[in-house]
Design a binder for this molecule. Sequence first.
Ligand SMILES: C/C(=C\COP(=O)(O)OP(=O)(O)O)CCC[C@H](C)CCC[C@H](C)CCCC(C)C
Ligand SMILES: O=C(O)C1=CC(=O)c2ccccc2C1=O
Length: 299
Amino acid sequence: MTTQSLPNSSKRLWLAAIKPPMYSVAVLPIWVGSAVAWAETQRFHPWIFATFLAAAILIVAWSNVSNDVYDADTGIDQHKAHSLVNLTGNKPLIFWIGNGLLFLGILGILAISWEQHDPTVIGLILLCCALGYSYQGPPFRFGYQGWGELICFICYGPLALSAVYYSQVQSWSLTNLAAAVIVGLTTSLILFCSHFHQVADDLAAGKRSPIVRLGTARGAALLPWVCGSLYGLTLLFVLLGSFPLWTLLVFLSLPFAVQLVRHVQTYHDQPDQVSNCKFIAVALHFCSGMLLGLGFVLG
Ligand SMILES: C/C(=C\COP(=O)(O)OP(=O)(O)O)CCC[C@H](C)CCC[C@H](C)CCCC(C)C
Ligand SMILES: O=C(O)C1=CC(=O)c2ccccc2C1=O
């Protein structure tokens, strides 16, 4: 290794540890929930939107930082050079940085509830945080039993979108719940795709992810159905009159879905090749979610 390549590779490791693209999972529920609220009521509170967005980014950062701490305890990350704990060699520091991020995120949501004299939004987000903890933290570690995708769907779908919608208009909406199904589905798809290249480490640490349970071939065979349901459900909600016609813009994200399915079906059992499929899933999630929100705003 040359002296020039050392800082570059270390920069790459830090970027992989911080995972900038992953923060789209914080942005999309805020965008879509607020867009549905606007479409149904023509009401929009920019400061609530901005505060919720900042708080969601902090909470997602906590979920990622603490994941590296709890995974260091089980040994599952021992070969993961881009774990924050492995990079710093200082688990307590990472643990307390994570707690600080969570504290600030919850403070932001508290400010929204405080201003509205209503504990609903903070209640929903605390429930998300508790479920997020149960995914990875002791004594639960439900992600190790294969429950991660369900937890992810519930948190980033119905819970997050209901909290966002409620923060804007202090009521509930069935259309918003339908949009939450779409956002929850694509967010869980990211988590599902993140397991393909980790089968050996997961097996060694006793983690029974869906891909460990199904095998990579059957996992890959599921993808066309999951991606298909994203478009099928959008069409169904439009036909039922729940979504405006403009939400069919979601179909413009199809090239990412096709790329994801083809890539995983070709490389599902080659960890080095398939490892980037998570980022194709992020692109699909981001593109479909932005277009879904835009469809509500235009409609
Ligand atoms: C940290 C997460 C996944 C990483 O999992 P894994 O250990 O397999 O990956 P590595 O290979 O990187 O080690 C995400 C887990 C998400 C969790 C199921 C649910 C989190 C809920 C959030 C707290 C909800 C936040 C909602 C927001 C909009 C306010
Ligand atoms: O690091 C990861 O693999 C993930 C991080 C993360 O925050 C997240 C959130 C929602 C769905 C999936 C994921 C990840 O896969």
